[in-house]
Design a protein around this ligand. Sequence first.
Ligand SMILES: C[S@@+](CC[C@H](N)C(=O)[O-])C[C@H]1O[C@@H](n2cnc3c(N)ncnc32)[C@H](O)[C@@H]1O
Length: 247
Amino acid sequence: MTNAPLFAGMGGHQTPRKTRTDEWLTPPAVMNALGEFDLDPCSPIERPWPTARQHFTIRDNGLILPWWGRVWLNPPYLASVIARWLGRMAEHNRGIALIFARTETAAFHRFVWRRASALLFLRGRLDFLTVEGRPASSTSANAGAPSVLCAYGEADAEVLAFCGLQGQFVPLRISRSVVVVGLEQTWLEAVAEWMRTRRGAVELAEIYRAFANHRKAAANQNYRAKIRQVLQQGAGRRVARGRWSAP
Ligand SMILES: C[S@@+](CC[C@H](N)C(=O)[O-])C[C@H]1O[C@@H](n2cnc3c(N)ncnc32)[C@H](O)[C@@H]1O
């Protein structure tokens, strides 16, 4: 892969002149909404929480190691390497990447517009976290652009479609059957599917939040009651008062 022309303007989540700003971590609320990942190929050496079953760090150089399973990619900021990370993701074609929405760049065209299965342009600006778990906005650095989640492979396009994170979903390469299934999904199927992406039990309030912007909720003002109803009908398993796990 040639580098130079692809990198111009792509940028990462950070201002490059700051030291250690490539250690900006994904907010756990975003990770929780997307379910479990097998591999995070670019993870801090000292991480405050796991982002996948296996992590590669800069010591391993996740850019050159083999990738496996469902990959979570929030690549390092360096404009000189971001296209290489996206190239690996496009080639692997299974998982989700979180990058700046620099939609006009060559790297975005080559590895996102042409290769991703779906996008979710996140509403507002993400507040990334430092390795100490503090909001990066409390430091002098800041996230200088909006972020977009990029799905690779059909399964992850579906995850983005129904994850409940606020933003605009844009399908790119989803087979017609998947779109139809998504549109025709019942409340019970939608809630059960979301519950299966959780790690352990979740509060009812979290389930409400996840579905607040779901297209089914837009058509049903009483969506909270609907969610309670389908949980009792088998979309979830009650583990304690107000707490549910996957069926
Ligand atoms: C933007 S942070 C994302 C951290 C974490 N994956 C997350 O989503 O919260 C990028 C991470 O990539 C790490 N990194 C940089 N170069 C790397 C390399 N060649 N191989 C593996 N990790 C690397 C940095 O140390 C940093 O922790």
